[in-house]
Design a protein around this ligand. Structure first.
Ligand code: PHE
Ligand code: CO
Length: 289
């Protein structure tokens, strides 16, 4: 196991075949709990009026405002009662088939380590703050909870159809970087945004990115950036609608059709897009933040 990056390619010795580890909650140091509290305070102040109602409700019903890194056992009890999901600890990124198996069975895999105090704003791997603060509140929403379990089953299917590239983009532009049109205005539900201080303002307020109505095939054709803010956000009308369109369409013929079509570059607007805001792309031209 590479201690620096937390990226591992076989279960390290002593780790279960499903890649889970004990969270080992009592081993977090006071400094690590303080890092959580710092990140939490900063985001919790920013997100009312920006995060979706579902995410804000999840934060509340799961009692995530309790100080310190959450104890996964306690969190899982609350989540289990609400939507049948659990949170399990893993040492870092796990192989795709392992990730999908957990997800299809309503187990959310979360990194158990927390970023260092000098990494508050940016981290390449998902740590416990991204995974728990970003993702877990959405799992308290019954519709989103069903969406993610269906995604896990879809992942197992996509592996066999050699279509992970396409399904992965659906995850990226919904679970990680999704926006939703709520009656009061655009709101964030993507975990990559809610767990980021800078992107939770950029995604809603900045004139640079395109904000485009969600369409499955469009999303699956679109490249994304992993090293900077997104240049496109896709906007869903509701979680019911996201669940309905993804569950009701058979992705196998869609994947086949997509394999014959070119990808769409980041930041490009297509003539058939329903565009909510056409970005200036000024941020992208300026280069990485
Ligand atoms: N409908 C998808 C398929 O046929 C499965 C899926 C459902 C994927 C919901 C993601 C989300 O493969
Ligand atoms: Co994530």
């Amino acid at each position: 196991m590479n201690q620096e990056t937390h990226v591992v390619d076989a279960p390290p010795p002593g780790i279960a075949g499903d890649w889970t580890v004990a969270q080992d909650w009592q081993h977090y140091t006071p400094e690590e709990h303080a890092t959580w509290d710092t990140l939490f305070a900063r985001q919790a102040k920013l997100l009312p009026g920006r995060a979706s109602n579902a995410w804000l409700r999840g934060l509340d019903v799961l009692k995530l405002s309790k100080p310190g890194i959450p104890d996964f056992a306690e969190l899982s009890d609350r989540l289990m009662a609400l939507t049948g999901w659990q949170v399990v600890a893993v040492p870092g990124l796990v192989p795709d088939d392992v990730f999908f198996d957990h997800m299809a069975n309503r187990r959310f895999v979360a990194g158990n380590f927390i970023r260092r105090p000098d990494q508050l704003d940016y981290l390449q791997e998902p740590d416990v703050f991204h995974d728990v603060f970003g993702h877990v509140p959405m799992l308290a929403d019954p519709v989103f909870a069903d969406y993610l379990a269906a995604y896990g089953r879809g992942g197992q299917r996509a592996l066999g159809l050699d279509a992970l590239k396409y399904l992965g983009r659906l995850y990226w532009y919904t679970v990680e970087f999704g926006l939703i049109a709520e009656p009061e205005g655009l709101r964030i539900y993507g975990s990559g945004i809610v767990s980021s201080y800078a992107e939770s303002r950029f995604a809603l307020d900045d004139p640079s990115p395109n904000r485009i109505a969600f369409d499955i095939a469009r999303v699956m054709r679109t490249d994304y950036r992993i090293d900077d803010f997104q240049q496109n956000y896709f906007v869903i009308p509701s979680f019911d609608e996201l669940l309905r369109v993804t569950v009701e369409s058979d992705f196998a013929p869609l994947y086949e059709a997509l394999k014959a079509q070119p990808d769409i570059s980041v930041g490009v607007v297509q003539s058939d897009d329903i565009v909510l805001s056409h970005g200036t792309q000024a941020h992208a031209r300026r280069g990485a933040a």
